[in-house]
Design a protein around this ligand. Structure first.
Ligand code: TMP
Length: 254
């Protein structure tokens, strides 16, 4: 088999050159990290589940007109995506107080926020993704005011849609992180949603019990990480027919 050129390796994913210009292959690893890579482990089957969950959510977003990088799933661990120039800003949308905002502002975890809150972090591992303001983004030219406007509108749209989708399957969308990129198509440039949407970058709580169904199970050593991700996939109706056993199969690239 010919090895494809590795374009980028992140903590949970690898990007390979795609079959056509302007495309990439996004490979989902089982690696799990937290606290900027300080805590590391592998969660068997996580990559397969995130590939499926992200595929499903990106497809639903395409249906409502939220442009994103997803083209199609290739196999258990890989999806074909549009190549974008990543905007170095992480967009965090919060509906309920949890995680870093609780320590930063002394809030009680679990309290609903008065309204949905959008925060920005500068995407830099060396600097530990510091919290920034809109002013930093435009001052340093990470995005133009117009791009930032689009990013804000798309993020709130994604939040409204996903809140409804998850409520329908008994899950509270507490918060999540999005990334955007510039997609160049001929002379045109468009800001589109990139990266992934999965329990790795969302907080998802059971509506009735508040049980955590996301990466906080790994961050906080709660156990049952894989089972929680499987439960999200099951409720979304995307568990493969053979059940979880099927998820261990086929790893196209090691
Ligand atoms: P935080 O409360 O730790 O700031 O996280 C907010 C949301 O963003 C949560 O759903 C997890 C997600 N997130 C990432 O996807 N990547 C990261 O590096 C961090 C810190 C958070």
């Amino acid at each position: 088999m010919t090895r494809r050129r590795r374009v980028y390796e992140g903590k949970a994913k690898v990007l390979f050159e795609g079959p056509e210009p302007g495309t990439l292959v996004q490979y989902f690893k089982d690696d799990a990290t937290a606290f900027n890579g300080e805590k590391k482990s592998t969660v068997t089957g996580k990559g397969v589940l995130n590939n499926r969950i992200s595929e499903h959510l990106m497809n639903r977003l395409t249906e409502i007109g939220v442009q994103n990088h997803f083209i199609r799933r290739l196999n258990m661990r890989e999806q074909l995506i549009k190549e974008v120039e990543i905007i170095p800003v992480e967009v965090i949308v919060r509906n309920v107080a949890a995680g870093s905002i609780c320590t930063r502002l002394g809030l009680k975890e679990g309290n609903a926020l008065p309204r949905s809150l959008v925060e920005f972090c500068y995407k830099s591992d060396e600097l530990n993704d510091p919290l920034i303001a809109e002013e930093h983004i435009t001052t340093f030219g990470w995005a133009t005011p117009r791009e930032l406007d689009e990013i804000m509108n798309m993020s709130l749209r994604v939040n409204d849609f996903l809140c409804g989708l998850f409520t329908g399957i008994g899950i509270r969308l507490v918060d999540f992180k999005l990334e955007f990129g510039r997609y160049f198509n001929g002379d045109e440039m468009q800001v589109i949603l990139a990266d992934e949407i999965s329990p790795d970058n969302c907080r998802l709580w059971d509506l009735e019990t508040n049980e955590k169904l996301d990466k906080d199970r790994f961050r906080r050593d709660l156990g049952g990480v894989e089972a929680a991700y499987q439960e999200v996939a099951r409720r979304l109706g995307i568990m493969p027919e053979g059940g979880p056993g099927d998820l261990k199969g086929s790893t196209a690239i090691q």
